[in-house]
Structures are given as C-alpha cells and as structure tokens.
Design a protein around this ligand. Structure first.
Ligand SMILES: C[S@@+](CC[C@H](N)C(=O)[O-])C[C@H]1O[C@@H](n2cnc3c(N)ncnc32)[C@H](O)[C@@H]1O
Length: 270
C-alpha cells in the first residue's frame, strides 16, 4: 500500500492517511505538530493520541520519530504539553531515546514578562526498540592533539562516572552534543518556505536524516507544512512521504520538492 504514497506530497488529515500505510515500514519521521494553538493553520484537527499510535504502528523496529515541539505560556504558566506528549509516546511503547534541544541563534525578541527570552524547542527522539541506524555527526575536539592527564567519562546507561586516562593525544573529532543550534529563516535554502508560519530550518532536518537513516530509507512527515522534510529527504537520496491538511502548504511543498527533483543529485555534494 505504501507504494501509492512513496515520493508524494498528499493533501489530507494525517490521521486518516496514515491508516493506509503498512505496519513497520517507516524508517524515520521528522515532524512538528501544531502545538498549543500557537498559530492558526487553516482548518486543522489534531487528535494527538491517535497520531502517536499510528506513528508507532507504521515505524519499523529500530526506526525513529523526531518530534519537535515547544509549549505556549497561558495564564503565566507554560502548558507542559510537550512533556505530556513525550510521556504518552513512552506509554504506547516507544523508547524516549534522547531529549534534544533545537536552539535558535536568532530567537524572536519577546515582550518582557519577568522571564528570560525563549530561544529553544524540544526535539524528542523516540525509537521503536533499540535504534537501528545511527550515523553520528562529528565535531572538532577543543583539545585536539594535546596530551591530557585524565578526563571524566560518563556512561549514562550504567550510571557510571569514572576518571581515567583517555586517548593520548586527544583525537581530532568527537560525537556532537545533543543541543543543536540553527539560524531560523535567514538562509537562502529556507527562503522558499517564507509563506509558512513555522518551517523547519533545512539544516535541522538534514542533520536528523543523516543521523538516523541511510540512502533509500523511507522518511515521513505527516504534518509537513512547507515540505522541508520531504525536500531534504529527496535531496539526500531517501524516499519521502509528505502529508499536510492544507492545500496551500501542499502546493508549496510540491514546489520545493520539484526543485530538488529537477537537479542532478551529484551536484548537491551529499
Ligand atoms: C508546525 S507546522 C509544520 C511545519 C513544517 N515542519 C515545515 O517545515 O514547514 C504544522 C503543520 O501541521 C499541519 N496540520 C495540522 N493538523 C494536521 C492534520 N491533522 N493532518 C495533517 N496536517 C496537519 C498544518 O497545516 C501545518 O502546516
């Protein structure tokens, strides 16, 4: 059944459309729900619990769901919806593999209300069982080449913290941390999504797709808005499925994917 949906942007309620996708077939979902009525999307319905259950059914064993979300502040309190949703994903069988942070390098300035300027969203990474694919992104080591006497090493799974002599000299590269920083809406490749109120930075999606999938894998965004996830999946040689309830956003998503499909893949350099 998935073959009718592969490499397409489909207009409709993801709740109904995901029912047509086969069990255990999606390698990665990268999505962001409409949260806490923060923005007005034309005529959406958002049955969170059913959507989460469908995502569990269609995700492959070892597959991953990246759920990007933040909370509104209502009556002087953050709603906590993001945490409630994360715990619900756990309740229905997902592992909460990692709670990552999407830090905005250019956050929107806020009216001062006795709190610090909000500059991040959560990126909850859920997995169906143990993660099957992780291609870690590496960054430069601050002390590359130096000889250090000792360093602290933490194994969170075993609750261990030991101090011992480590690599000597220090390696050039290490695995990146779980706070990822991006400039929002300013890069050339993000400009195509200007007509949507809350598009992902392409780079954020690219980093997740590279991390959790290999070429040819299937990447879904059931609320794809301007189509950032399908566009980047296509660019990286993954198969994509994009769904959105808004005809206007589906049109924008198709346009963005078409630009990529019209380009020779090798020229992109990924
Ligand atoms: C936060 S936006 C996603 C933006 C997207 N990540 C991007 O890069 O443009 C949420 C999207 O969910 C869509 N939506 C809301 N309810 C939906 C539903 N039940 N089924 C499918 N799409 C829905 C809205 O139209 C909106 O575009």
């Amino acid at each position: 059944m998935n073959s009718n949906y592969i490499n397409r942007i489909i207009e409709g309620n993801c709740m109904d459309l995901m029912k047509h996708l086969d069990k255990d077939t999606i390698d990665l979902t990268v999505t962001s729900p409409p949260y806490d009525d923060l923005r007005n999307y034309t005529g959406y319905v958002f049955p969170f619990e059913q959507i989460a259950q469908e995502l569990f059914r269609i995700t492959k064993p070892g597959g991953v769901v990246v759920w990007v979300v933040a909370d509104a502040t209502i009556n002087a309190s953050e709603t906590g919806t993001s945490f409630r949703q994360a715990l619900y994903f756990k309740e229905i069988g997902f592992n909460l593999h990692d709670t990552m942070i999407f830090r905005k390098r250019n956050p929107i300035p806020q009216i001062y209300r006795k709190r610090y300027n909000n500059e991040f969203e959560y990126m909850f990474v859920f997995s169906k069982g143990i993660v099957k694919t992780h291609n870690p992104i590496l960054v430069d080591c601050m002390h590359a080449g130096l000889t250090l006497i000792g360093t602290t090493y933490k194994n969170y799974s075993k609750n261990e913290q030991v101090r011992e002599k480590m690599a000597n000299p220090v390696k050039d590269k290490k695995i990146r941390g779980n706070i990822w920083e991006y400039v929002v809406g300013k890069k050339q490749e993000d400009q195509e999504a200007k007509g949507h109120p809350a598009p992902f930075p392409c780079e954020l999606v690219r980093d997740h797709i590279l991390s959790w999938t290999n070429e040819g894998d299937v990447v879904l965004d059931p609320m794809c808005g301007s189509g950032t996830t399908p566009k980047v999946a296509c660019e990286l040689g993954r198969q994509y499925i994009g769904i959105d309830i808004s005809p206007e956003y589906c049109k924008m998503a198709r346009m963005r994917v078409n630009i990529i499909e019209g380009q020779p893949r090798l020229a992109l350099g990924y």
